[in-house]
Design a binder for this molecule. Structure first.
Ligand code: DGL
Length: 274
């Protein structure tokens, strides 16, 4: 573990967020609400998504490339707003970076344990996250007796990225993806991919009102707020403009992002990271 670089822990610097695509905006949405004085730098690697089916070593490599891009933007903290990247790269990032780094899996796991009354928790995530066993591990470390059922729903990411998450086809794909939970008895379902909260109404509809949905990304923002306090670097007023980058098409990114974040305008540019 390297030491944090105190000269980088300044209140006036932006917070960096990264994801494979627009999913990380579910974390940003919560940050904009909860931490309105903070300045955002976001990068989505849309040119190379989805990350879910990729080998962990490749996800680690791509994640570092985005991290270097954000570091060049002069960030004070890094939020891995992607479960797949958190599962693959968080320990290495926390060990080697000189600013605080937070991922989405621990906050989501804690919230799920708090929410579940019957000790049966479902997790939906990408293949990479499910294969890593990260959620089951994080949940069992805190509470051994909990039963965890993890299911990969790769088609959900495509629905969101193609901006079809409100189209009629989405309902059918979500119902199919959640089929393994029929009669599972779970009372809590973790949306363990930051793209999935865009499908929240459809997911809730299939699971029924008796199942509590956990938005890992939104939970993470509580952790971000705590870290800002611990390092005395919470911004007291907004000093700069938020800036969003994608390795894919800025136009496509902007269409989804402005709608999801309910903004009338935003700065989006193309990023070249390799
Ligand atoms: N949004 C990402 C996650 O939280 C990854 C989606 C993907 O690229 O497969 O896992």
């Amino acid at each position: 573990m390297v030491e944090l670089d105190k000269s980088r822990l300044r209140a006036d610097l932006p917070i960096g967020f990264l994801d494979s695509g627009v999913g990380g905006l579910t974390v940003v949405k919560q940050a904009l609400r909860q931490l309105p004085n903070e300045t955002i730098r976001f990068i989505g690697d849309q040119a190379r998504l989805p990350y879910g089916p990729r080998p962990a070593s490749q996800v680690v490599h791509f994640t570092w490339q985005m991290v270097h891009f954000l570091e060049d933007q002069g960030i004070k903290m890094l939020v891995i707003a992607c479960n797949t990247a958190t599962a693959a790269a968080l320990p290495a990032l926390q060990k080697e970076m000189t600013i605080p780094v937070i991922g989405v899996i621990n906050p989501g796991s804690k919230a799920a344990i708090r929410a579940s009354k019957n000790g049966k928790i479902g997790v939906i995530a990408t293949e990479g996250t499910v294969k890593s066993g990260s959620y089951a591990r994080a949940i069992h470390t805190q509470k051994k007796s909990v039963q965890v059922q993890s299911v990969a729903c790769p088609k959900f990411v495509t629905l969101v990225e193609s901006n079809e998450y409100q189209a009629p086809i989405a309902k059918q794909i979500v119902a199919q993806g959640l089929q393994p939970f029929a009669n599972s008895g779970i009372d809590t379902l973790v949306m363990g991919c930051t793209h999935y909260p865009l499908l929240r109404p459809l997911i809730q509809n299939v699971m029924g009102s008796g199942v509590t949905l956990i938005d890992s990304g939104a939970e993470t923002v509580n952790g971000v707020a705590q870290l800002l306090d611990v390092y005395h670097m919470a911004a007291t007023r907004k000093v700069g403009e938020d800036h969003y980058f994608t390795t894919g098409s800025p136009t496509m990114f902007k269409t989804i992002a402005m709608q999801w974040l309910e903004l009338s305008g935003m700065n989006v540019d193309k990023a070249v990271i390799d």
